[in-house]
Design a binder for this molecule. Sequence first.
Ligand SMILES: NC(=O)c1ccc[n+]([C@@H]2O[C@H](COP(=O)([O-])OP(=O)(O)OC[C@H]3O[C@@H](n4cnc5c(N)ncnc54)[C@H](OP(=O)(O)O)[C@@H]3O)[C@@H](O)[C@H]2O)c1
Length: 317
Amino acid sequence: MPPIAGRYRRAVSGFGLSGIRTHDAPPLPYRAPARTVAAVPADATANGTADEVAAAEPASSGEPTRIGIIGGTGPAGAALATRLADIGCEVTLGSRSKYRSMEVVDNILDRWPDRHLRIHPGANSLAAQEPTVVMATPWDAAAITAKGVAEHLRGKVVATMSNALARVDDEFVPLIPPRGSVAASVQASLPDSLVAAALQHVPATELGNLDEPVHGDILICSDHREATWHIAEIVDRMPGARALDCGNLSNATAIEAFTAVLMQLNTRYRTRVALRLVGLDHVPISVLGGGPSRPEGHETADVTAETAQPDAETVPD
Ligand SMILES: NC(=O)c1ccc[n+]([C@@H]2O[C@H](COP(=O)([O-])OP(=O)(O)OC[C@H]3O[C@@H](n4cnc5c(N)ncnc54)[C@H](OP(=O)(O)O)[C@@H]3O)[C@@H](O)[C@H]2O)c1
């Protein structure tokens, strides 16, 4: 097999899909501590100097990471808010209507009364003022919505989780937005922000169910490596989740489009699949991605790629 030049140059790479079955998953023993990630400086560049990378490293002040979610009232945004708050983040759940936001936050807090989740309702413009922001609107609203609050997002890491999909008869098909992906469209709307694509593949139901781990790999890509590391550090705190640095934002096209495949599998097999890549040991993303703390021995063997079939286990009877 020819060598593959890549970030993860070890073992054999491939992917597996696991059907999520909440009834046979073990109880969740893990409760993540609250930690803080400093905002990336406004003059950070795509090249990620050592200082900028250091700025994206976890801080030690003990203050919670503050995150705003734009379009937070939908299933995806509300689930993400729930999970982020459970790992110790303080979340502003944004909406075009503060009353809708209040209703959704009340529902989350009512569902998880013992978790002491710190989620606050607010307008999208309030969510945009948090140090880190996630866009969770429908795909065709993401770039225009981001542009509307661009002044608040300057110099910040902005994650997008939207997928451009259409349902044609009983098939899910990917749509290719202008610039190739939703994330690239948002980056074009926010030239002074550090946009990362992330969290496209996690079903909201699982993301928001705090009784279970997240199950799966979270693919992240960005033209700003410090943005990837910043989001990865947060994702890695989610029990069961593993953040993977998937390179530049151009890969968002594939990541977003692949969601159509997962949705199709869900329909065909009447389950909800999660993505898990094989051939990657779980080491900090800053090491695998070539960050400042890469130890010796982590740039060794070549890999080959192969595609795994879904486990027989994941196909319902
Ligand atoms: N659902 C999932 O399981 C899942 C998982 C991973 C990723 N995603 C992706 O995440 C994104 C959001 O998913 P979702 O299911 O939560 O979507 P959704 O319910 O359709 O939309 C999310 C929120 O966006 C706001 N919104 C709707 N239309 C808008 C517009 N034209 N302009 C500005 N804001 C608007 C609404 O909030 P307000 O009306 O309160 O402003 C809505 O509650 C999608 O692109 C999806 O592909 C979804």
